[in-house]
Design a protein around this ligand. Structure first.
Ligand code: DLL
Length: 432
């Protein structure tokens, strides 16, 4: 199902032309009217006239999170304040927050992007969408809210927390679709179980838009097997404007609306552009943004571009599931480890529950990683020998996949923390 078939199925060459037109006018406007962009382009020795095709984007300088911090709160805005109709603020967990301003036009194309994504997943006027992303400074709640209303679904703005009430409402109102972080969905699955509710049999839930944090393919399988719903991977960042893009029912990568965002993947160390199919760091250019543009912004998410045509008929490029951020990568005794690799391995072990925590410490010169793993109620036992065997099995699976020895501690069901928003599963206590 398409929301905007003309754009979504536009021949690739036409899309490139459209992207070029948008880029050219964006760069010209920024060079002429914004000090930051003007100075940055001058320092890089590039002028708008040097951009003659979309591929010339590679001549432009990169932008970094630090640029946004240095220009906080509004120095990067490129419209007068009286045209700004909304603010969102990024969480700022890795430093000073970023303030994102929206014009009415920015809100319109954000909602349009979501309308395309939600429609592709089959959301429509007969659906009830429960939005359990936080409403407020975070973009998740309001983004999904307006996207859901745009496609005519009935939106239940339940936000996070009060999980038993969430399950009751889900049943009472015949909720068919839900949007939240994967970790909150897993928590809701737990709570439903404790209430004696089967999400599969006692609710009408059929689709979920899960994102805002990395989650593995094996976590997806686990959720789908247990609940019988179809999950979609929803992606976006505050700087881009919020959640915007999902995979389609083919589930072979997240479709990126090419008229809205231009994507590149680079080697994070050399900044060299990588070809499709090679994993690196995502760089985004927002082609339609008015209040707070981004040109070649290094978003730090690790993925690869997929250009093979999708069976759904959309011609937009796709990105593979985000495996983490280049700055989330843990270097343990010289070996690169992404938390998503740990999740992937754990979720394939049938006895393992849904919750885990990763602790890293440094003992002298040696890094140590301890992974606490909750075991499913039916697999948890008082028999010490069985538990030791299971622990050895998990440790050996992790060693095989990660190439480093890690220590595993088994935890009883319910012992580890639950998360209502984004999960924080890595505690790195190393003092560097
Ligand atoms: O998380 C926006 C969002 C809201 C996305 C609701 C999806 C749904 P930020 O708080 O700025 O914005 O965090 C953005 O979260 O750079 C990724 O590292 C991570 N992230 C977002 N979506 C996914 C996903 C929102 N589907 C940061 N898979 C991004 C993996 C994701 N990581």
């Amino acid at each position: 199902m398409f929301w905007n078939p003309k754009i979504e199925c536009m021949p690739v060459e036409d899309l490139k032309k459209l992207q070029y037109d948008e880029l050219k006018s964006l760069v010209t406007k920024l060079y002429e009217s914004n000090q930051f962009y003007h100075d940055r382009m001058e320092a890089h020795g590039v002028k708008p006239k040097d951009i003659t095709c979309i591929e010339d984007i590679s001549k432009l300088p990169f932008m970094y999170k630090q640029d946004l911090r240095d220009n906080y709160p509004t120095k990067m805005f490129t419209v007068p304040n009286n045209q700004v109709v909304r603010y969102h603020v990024s969480s700022g967990t890795t430093g000073k927050p970023t303030l994102v301003g929206y014009t009415r036009g920015d809100l319109d194309y954000w909602t349009e992007a979501l309308a395309r994504s939600l429609t592709s997943a089959g959301l429509g006027t007969d659906d009830v969408l429960q939005v359990c992303y936080g409403y407020g400074l975070f973009t998740g709640g309001l983004g999904l809210h307006y996207g859901g209303e745009k496609v005519g679904a009935t939106v239940l703005p339940s936000s996070t927390g009060n999980s038993e009430r969430q399950i009751e409402l889900m049943m009472d109102l015949g909720v068919t679709a839900i949007a939240c972080t994967p970790s909150y969905f897993i928590h809701l699955m737990d709570v439903a179980k404790k209430m004696g509710v089967s999400l599969k049999n006692d609710t009408k839930l059929r689709i979920a838009f899960l994102g805002a944090e990395p989650w593995s393919e094996s976590m997806k399988k686990k959720i789908e097997d247990e609940t019988g719903i179809e999950t979609f991977d929803i992606y976006g960042t505050s700087e881009q404007g919020g959640p915007m893009f999902t995979d389609c029912p083919c589930h072979k990568g997240i479709h990126i609306s090419a008229d809205i965002m231009y994507i590149e993947v680079i080697d994070p160390d050399t900044e060299e552009i990588l070809p499709p199919g090679q994993k690196g760091e995502l760089v985004v250019t927002m082609l339609k943004k008015e209040a707070f543009p981004l040109v070649r912004y290094r978003i730090k998410d690790m993925t690869e571009i997929i250009t093979e045509p999708c069976e759904c008929g959309r011609t937009s490029p796709r990105i593979a599931r985000i495996t983490g951020r280049s700055d989330d990568m843990l270097i343990i005794r010289g070996i690169n480890v992404f938390p998503s690799q740990i999740e992937y391995t754990l979720m394939q072990i049938p006895e393992v529950g849904d919750q885990y925590m990763i602790y890293v410490t440094r003992d002298g010169a040696l890094d140590n990683m301890v992974i606490q793993v909750e075991i499913k109620a039916e697999a948890f036992s008082d028999n010490m020998e069985d538990m030791l065997k299971l622990r050895a099995h998990i440790e050996s699976a992790l060693k095989k996949y990660l190439n480093i020895a890690v220590k595993v501690e088994l935890k009883a069901p319910g012992e580890l923390p639950r998360f209502e928003g984004k999960a924080k599963r890595v505690i790195d206590n190393r003092v560097i």
